[in-house]
Design a protein around this ligand. Sequence first.
Ligand SMILES: [Zn+2]
Length: 88
Amino acid sequence: MFIGIYVFIRVLRVFFEVYRIKKNITKTFDTFNNFHTKNAQTKEGVMLKCVTCNAYVAEELSVSYQNRGERIFFCSEECKNDFIQGSR
Ligand SMILES: [Zn+2]
């Protein structure tokens, strides 16, 4: 009878240990995955805001314009032309 309870507690403890280790492994994998997502986001590059229409555009797709020593970015040539016409 008592041996039965003792074995039962031992089995429970083993299960608890396995559960804890599994949880730790999942946590480690999550940290690993987050690290990779972060790196991918940095590689995607900078998003710039178009001054004319407020749309966000990737740096490599943007159209830049030098305005009184200040560099301004646009999503397209049309927005750039609109800005130049508007500032005149
Ligand atoms: Zn625009």
